[in-house]
Design a protein around this ligand. Sequence first.
Ligand code: DQA
Length: 148
Amino acid sequence: MKILVINGPNLNMLGIREPDIYGKEDYNALCGMINAHCRRLGIEVEIFQSNHEGEIVDKIQSAYKKFDGIVINPAAYTHTSVAIPDAIKAVGIPAVEVHISDVSRREPYRRVSYVREACVGSVVGEGFGGYTRAIDLLAFGEKEGGRL
Ligand code: DQA
């Protein structure tokens, strides 16, 4: 199985940006955790980060017929982008949306997710562990992964 993990704008600033919300661990630590989890499960993984909406759309398009699942934290584009969910629907690859923080308990504008309807699941407010949960959801389905 091949999974593509996509991280949107400012997630490269983890550890520096708002540590009370996103934690003190940096982006490298997040990548290390994802890589270790996939290695344990025998999953091939590629991790991509961009601060640019068009680059994220390009990356999703390039996954067509190459990846079996997508884990995506679109970050701020969650609440604004129509192009990202359109790209997920275009390639037809099962995708799970992840948010490190609990977006349902923050500013009202963060409660809107345009990406959610293009995804088979969402994991919200579980910190970095949300990414491994999302990978499990894609690898094992609803039962063990637990749809949230
Ligand atoms: C985020 C939540 C978004 O609202 C915010 O813009 C982010 C990160 C999260 O992981 O909690 O950049 O997606």
